[in-house]
Design a protein around this ligand. Structure first.
Ligand SMILES: [Zn+2]
Ligand SMILES: [Zn+2]
Length: 265
């Protein structure tokens, strides 16, 4: 089994060394892991209210450390990924920046609406003072943009706007279908991200219906725990594998130097 969404202490809100994540993966008998720490927001010209990514000078160090870990003998294959924030208007910048580095895969994720980090527990109360239909509408608007950009190999935690359990009145079925179709057209993958089970919402990203919709539209899927601590590596994976199979998936997408291939579930 693979876990393609691991963080490191560099992002200022995760714990543990790379070696500790690897040891955990070995103990849990994973076959492949990928680090996907947060790309420096400074390089996109964005300064969040709270530091949630590594600093620009740490990026080469992060890349070196993962490269060194790859050289260690282990039963677990290691990949170098990165999770980049999608901020509208930064597409050109991201494209240029990505040309400079050699990653195995890029996860594109939405954490910000304007300067609001709507995925951060510190700002979770803001949902109470906002119109939930508007929040969801804006989120899915951004999601359509990030999927259409074709810049990313994988879209991270695709319905993360539900993280704190706030739900809209409006029906999102047709919006989601449109997203699934854009993913297929651009050849972009989604991830089944198991972190949501530990968030107030208590379910994976995405939920069963959205996942089934992606499967019937022919969208490839990968798997990640979004671990911010070593013990979270591979969290809820037996349940995730069952869900993937129930929704029709038989393969997971894996990446090497941004080339996608498939692995049997
Ligand atoms: Zn994080
Ligand atoms: Zn994320």
């Amino acid at each position: 089994m693979i876990d393609y969404h691991l963080h490191t202490a560099r992002c200022c809100h995760a714990m543990g060394t790379l070696e500790e994540y690897l040891t955990e993966a070995e103990n849990k008998q994973l076959t492949e892991i990928g680090f996907a720490d947060h790309f420096p927001l400074d390089l996109l010209g964005f300064e969040p209210r709270k530091q949630v990514t590594m600093h620009p000078e740490e990026l080469p160090v992060y890349m070196d450390q993962v490269a060194n870990l790859k050289k260690q003998s282990s039963s677990v294959k290691i990949k170098l990924g990165i999770e980049i924030d999608y901020l509208p208007g930064t597409e050109k910048q991201v494209e240029e920046l990505l040309g400079k580095y050699e990653f195995d895969y890029i996860i594109g994720s939405i954490h910000f609406m304007g300067d609001w980090d709507f995925t951060h527990p510190v700002y979770a109360d803001d949902y109470k003072h906002k119109d939930l239909d508007e929040i969801y509408h804006r989120y899915y608007e951004l999601l359509a943009m990030v999927c259409k950009s074709g810049l990313f190999d994988i879209i991270g935690h695709i319905d993360v706007v539900k993280k704190f359990g706030y739900r809209p009145q409006s029906n999102l079925e047709s919006t989601r279908l449109e997203i699934a179709r854009i993913l297929r057209e651009t050849g972009t993958c989604l991830e089944l991200n198991t972190a949501g089970r530990d968030a107030p919402v208590g379910e994976f990203y995405p939920d069963r219906d959205f996942l089934a919709m992606c499967h019937s539209e022919g969208v490839a899927v990968t798997l990640g725990s979004d671990a911010h601590a070593p013990e979270q590596v591979g969290r809820y994976f037996p349940e995730a594998v069952d869900l993937l199979k129930e929704t029709g998936y038989r393969e997971l997408a894996v990446f090497e130097q941004r080339k996608k291939s498939k692995q049997r579930l």
